[in-house]
Structure formats: C-alpha cells, structure tokens
Design a protein around this ligand. Sequence first.
Ligand code: URA
Length: 220
Amino acid sequence: MAMSTEEVLHEIAAEVSTGSKWNLCKGRTKAVPGEGNSHAKILFIGEGPGFNEDRQGRPFVGPAGQFLEELLTSINLQRPDVFIANVVKCRPPNNRDPLPDEIQACNAYLDRQIAAIKPQVIVTLGRYSMAKFFGSEKISSIHGRARSVNGYLCIAMYHPAAGLHQSSLKDTIREDFKKIPHLIAEAERVAAEAAAKQAKAAAPVQAASPKEPPQQLSLF
Ligand code: URA
C-alpha cells in the first residue's frame, strides 16, 4: 500500500536524523528535518538550523522563530497550520553560510518534503531557499512577489533574522506576509478551476433528452 504523507515525512525525518555521511552531520547536536502540518497549504523554507535549533532538533525556535510566530499570528495562522523546513538540515559550524555541496547534499530531502506536502504556496526565507526557486535574482527586487515555479506558487521574503538585525526590514517582512492569505486564496481558486475542468472532461457525454430540459442549479 502507498505510504501516507505523514509516513513519507516521518521516513524523511528519520533518514535526516540518522544520516551520518555528510559533512554537516559531524558537528551537529541534533538534525533538524523540519516539522508541521503534513497537509499544510503553506511551506516555509529557511536556511539552516542555528544554535537553538541544533539543541532542540526543531526549526525556528530561537529569536528568528519568535518573529516568525508573530508574523504567522498576524495572518491568523499558527505553527501547527504550516510546515517549516530548511535548506540544510544540520547546523553549519558557528552559523557560517552553508556551502554549495552541503546544500546539494540536503536538496533531495527538501525536494521529497515538497513532493509529499504539495503545498499551495512556498515561502522562501532568506537567500539560500530563494536561490532554489528564483536563481540568482536579488531579494531586494523580488521579495513579496509571487511566481509560479514548477507548479508551485512561490514567494521570496527576507529572512526573519534580517528583520531582527535591521528594523526597517521588519516592516517589509510584515507587509510581505500580508500577501500570503491572498496567495492561498488564489492558489485554491486555480486548483478548483483545474479540478472542475478535469471533472468536466471525464464526465460521460449525456444524450439530450427532449422530455427533461437541462435544469439550472440554484446555489441559494
Ligand atoms: N534560521 C533558519 O534559517 N532556520 C532555522 O531553523 C532557524 C533560524
């Protein structure tokens, strides 16, 4: 029998947590596979675990996480509603930037998480997750603007930690976050339209009956 989304995510998390062959595994306390609602409409992708995340094995539990929770609350969401993952699953030593081969090593885990969750909206937090979906574009010019990438509605945002270091960015992130509910609504509208089209295409063609004229369905 096919595995459920929960089971797939569990399996990925178990692989991440027991992984030992990669460079970053060696210095970690705990791996941070990511966590949240396996049927989340929205997936946040950060950069990688910091000090607190490495200790707890959970993403965004330090100061940047506190700001992220505040941002979620501002759009009536809570952590259990969403899924939160990172580009790299283990903390780079002294919080240095992740190296290309480290990002590459973790990329398959992230791709499998995305494929399992199938979120309607992907929010990239910071430049490393942005690079995965938007290439070498500049965050200052593309933040807060959604684009369809590989069938996912993606939107790049500044990393919450950047908002903590530079207060002007805090408001920018807050404004960008306000766009999320509209994006989800838009993604749902597009999905419903596609489903309706598919259902129509799959429906058997009915012979017109002169005795039963087509009925107008009333919505009210
Ligand atoms: N910063 C990140 O990018 N990810 C975390 O999980 C925590 C801080």
